[in-house]
Design a protein around this ligand. Structure first.
Ligand code: 0RQ
Length: 513
């Protein structure tokens, strides 16, 4: 471990996770590293959860506010949620235990654009940051830090927190050193300057994070892998979605709006995004680039086989097999991957300049192209908006993808009106389901509605949508974006009441066919 902690003075701060966790007091605002299950602290949060549980056993409440880069893992979000130790959490999560507490109303969750977190912190919207707990891959002789498998908000946390605890994780490959590009030129208005990045592979910063040694309270050593959840093999719906999208890219190439190298790709989280990446490797593409947040298995494969020549991101999100592949070939990947802070990976200025193709999953879209990425039946959060809004609003193409039904056909992915809006009709350009693809660019609301019903709705739901839309066109108060307001959310209402979006007659009609 001494080769990971090369700064002599830092050895004095070495202590156990339990000793370090004892520095965290109830009511504190604690910023932690971690983005999509990578680079999060693994020991201190668990020791902290044990203290919280001990407090609860004696009738005391021990809760803190937790800020991260994005989602973490059972050792952090899961442990603190189970211990009922969080009063507030931001900006993105995907943990089942945490989700349950949020949806029970026990934790306040600020679901926000990931590119906004740093600047909102600098502006003080989250109050004082008492402490930061940051995983790093190592500490240099001069005290600079080798970032871990994610960068996320770590630069901001190190700068803004009063005190710092570092976890040095020996499991992270030493070869991560040199893979990061930390830009120290961001500022608040009116002092902003153009960010000098014009291609995904450009370096504009330095490979290390800075820390003020005077703020450093503790250094804890760990040797544990990241979350590495498995990806399921692409199912039929995912393969169909990928097929429609690739046909669309070919069409755009023929029309001269894209070239064979496409434009820098952003790909969201989840199985569908992974399936699209897998399909790209069979599409005859080469020399592609990615300007994205997360590198998951599908993207690693594309880099491995040369389809993607270079990827810029802020984090990994790999399966166990992906971690093995990465760790064994880290020297190969270090020349092809750059990890940046999330205010740069998700920066609207850069996404717009580079013309990124944004491809993200969704919960549902409505007939006009408004997209809900986050909520079930309007009130239960799934994960969060993450970076999807940063990319959708600013990309040159914004694609949203979903199977046309969920939960064995009881839910339609296309509804009359979304029950929560994350991406408005103005941000959504392409909607894809297993049924087909709707290119909404240049279309007015009524044209969009008919195209989405025709191309994207499942055959079980298309007649219901057509019936709603036909009546809305006749009876709506206004005829620009026709709606029947008392009926628009009835599909969700029915889902909550009966577990199914279809009415009894609809169900009978479906079972009769
Ligand atoms: O539930 O896990 O219980 O089976 O949602 O759905 O179809 O497997 O798709 O994994 O791509 O996730 C929108 C959640 C899609 C994701 C979402 C249920 C479905 C299943 C997962 P189960 P699928 P995916 C960059 C970009 C927001 C953040 C983002 C997401 C589960 O893409 O979180 O884009 N996006 N960030 O059954 C009820 C519906 C449903 C539904 C799907 N209409 N009603 N349940 N599900 N549709 C990354 C970051 O920002 C970090």
């Amino acid at each position: 471990m001494h080769d990971r902690i090369r700064h002599a003075g830092m050895h004095d701060r070495l202590m156990s996770a339990e000793q370090a966790a004892a520095l965290i007091k109830p009511g504190m605002t604690v910023a932690m590293s971690g983005f999509t299950g990578a680079g999060y602290p693994k020991a201190v949060p668990q020791a902290l959860a044990a203290r919280m549980e001990a407090a609860a056993a004696t009738g005391d409440q021990f809760r803190i506010k937790v800020l991260t880069g994005a989602s973490t893992a059972p050792e952090l979000d899961g442990a603190l949620a189970k211990a009922n130790g969080m009063e507030l959490r931001l900006p993105y999560q995907s943990d089942p235990a945490l989700r349950e507490r949020i949806n029970n109303g026990e934790i306040d969750y600020v679901d926000m654009h990931l590119s906004h977190v740093a600047q909102h912190t600098w502006s003080g919207f989250f109050g004082n940051i008492d402490l930061a707990v940051i995983e790093v891959a190592g500490i240099l002789e001069d005290g600079r830090l080798i970032p871990s498998s994610s960068v996320g908000n770590n630069k901001t946390w190190l700068e803004q927190a009063d005190h710092i605890i570092l976890e040095v994780n020996a499991f992270q490959p030493a070869g991560l050193e040199g893979m990061h590009d930390i830009y120290y030129g961001t500022a608040l208005p009116p002092h902003r300057k153009p960010i000098p990045l014009t291609a995904p592979d450009e370096r504009i910063g330095e490979p290390y994070l800075h820390v003020d040694p005077a703020k450093l309270l503790a250094v804890v050593t760990t040797d544990a892998p990241d979350r590495n959840s498995p990806f399921s093999a692409p199912d039929e719906a995912s393969r169909q979605i990928a097929g429609h999208l690739l046909d669309f890219f070919d069409h755009e190439i023929k029309r001269g709006r894209l070239t064979k190298t496409l434009l820098p790709l952003q790909s969201g989280v989840g199985n569908i995004a992974n399936a699209v990446l897998a399909a790209l490797s069979e599409g005859g593409y080469e020399g592609l680039t990615a300007y994205t947040e997360v590198i998951q298995d599908g993207m690693l494969n594309l880099i491995r086989n040369g389809v993607i020549k270079m990827a810029s991101a802020t984090s990994f999100s790999l399966s166990a097999a992906g971690v093995k592949e990465f760790n064994e070939n880290v020297d190969f990947y270090r020349t092809r991957i750059l990890l940046r802070t999330q205010e740069i990976s998700n920066h609207p200025e850069l996404i717009r300049r580079l013309g990124v193709i944004a491809m993200n999953g969704m919960i549902e879209a409505d007939i006009y192209g408004n997209v809900n990425s986050t909520h079930i039946a309007g009130s239960k959060v799934m994960n969060g908006i993450g970076g999807s809004g940063d990319f959708a609003r600013n990309g040159s193409l914004s694609v949203f993808m979903s199977p046309s039904t969920a939960k064995n056909g009881s839910i339609s992915g296309v509804v009359p009106m979304v029950s929560h809006v994350d991406h408005t009709e103005h941000d959504t350009m392409i909607i894809v389901t297993d049924q087909g693809l709707a290119d909404l660019r240049g279309l007015a609301p009524k044209q969009r509605a008919q195209l989405i019903i025709d191309r994207c709705a499942h055959p079980d739901y298309a007649p219901m949508l057509q019936d709603y839309y036909d009546r809305a066109r006749r009876e709506s108060y206004g005829k620009h974006t026709p709606h029947l307001l008392t009926e628009a959310l009835s599909w969700h209402d029915r889902l909550v009441e009966t577990g199914n979006m279809r009415t009894q007659p609809d169900l009978q009609a479906v079972s009769a066919t």
